[in-house]
Design a binder for this molecule. Structure first.
Ligand code: ZN
Length: 234
């Protein structure tokens, strides 16, 4: 029942988007990737992207044949528009409105809109993003309703029939590891564990059982907790 055709995956270099990339490679005939440089303090995630792509191709030849161009977009405007803890060296904390100060307002809306612009130009119908409501970090632009509304707006505004796919929307971090295992077995789990980057602090000095990171920021805590539940005896 796999849809065929072309897909564009929002690939940041993190665990979620790498799993989404594998998900797309298992389903579509041709897959391209897009990443955004927006002055994120964890810029190291952009540095790991080519390595993840290289290793995916080396270890999964059937996927290598489907993997097309990688588009790295200069989205520095996002950092200029919004001063948040993701784009500045300030402490990560909760704000009075209940949102973490890592929230970059409208970031995913902008990224998905830019992705749709590239997809339009490339004749790509399917757009895949790793947003998720379950491990809810308080980011309202990761919500299912937001994505559905944006799909409608993009299709009206560009006169296309894009389909926005969110394979992780209703699963948690442990289930995301399990999805990687279903898609590419232990080699894919190991690749994602070792080569992707999640830590907000951009720390890749220490390798933990769950991957590289500072071990203390919210992104590391979420990743470590998901790995612990995925690997606990079932
Ligand atoms: Zn961290």
């Amino acid at each position: 029942m796999s849809p065929t055709g072309s897909a564009l995956v929002l690939f940041s270099g993190g665990q979620d988007s790498a799993t989404c990339l594998a998900w797309a490679l298992a389903r579509f005939d041709h897959v391209e990737t897009i990443g955004f440089d927006y002055g994120q303090r964890h810029r190291v995630e952009l540095d790991v992207r080519p390595t993840v792509l290289e290793k995916l191709c080396a270890q999964f030849p059937a996927w290598a044949a489907k993997l097309g161009d990688d588009h790295l977009i200069d989205a520095g405007i996002v950092g200029k528009l919004s001063e948040t803890a993701l784009t500045r060296q300030t402490e990560i904390a909760m704000q009075a409105d209940g949102l973490p100060n890592t929230f970059v307002p409208g970031r995913n809306l902008l990224f998905l809109t830019m992705a749709a612009t590239v997809a339009y130009r490339r004749g790509i119908k399917h757009i895949v993003t790793g947003v998720c409501e379950t491990d809810y970090s308080g980011y309202p632009d990761c919500r299912d309703d937001t994505i559905k509304a944006l799909q409608l707006a993009l299709n009206l505004g560009m006169d296309r029939r894009f389909v926005l796919h969110t394979p992780l929307m209703w699963i948690d971090k442990a289930e995301t590891w399990a999805m990687a295992e279903r898609l590419g077995g232990a080699p894919l789990v190991s690749l994602i564990n070792h080569e992707t980057h999640t830590c907000y602090m951009g720390d890749r000095t220490t390798l933990h059982s769950w991957g590289y990171g500072c071990g203390h920021c919210p992104a590391c805590e979420l990743r470590a907790e998901g790995w612990a539940r995925y690997t606990q005896p079932r």
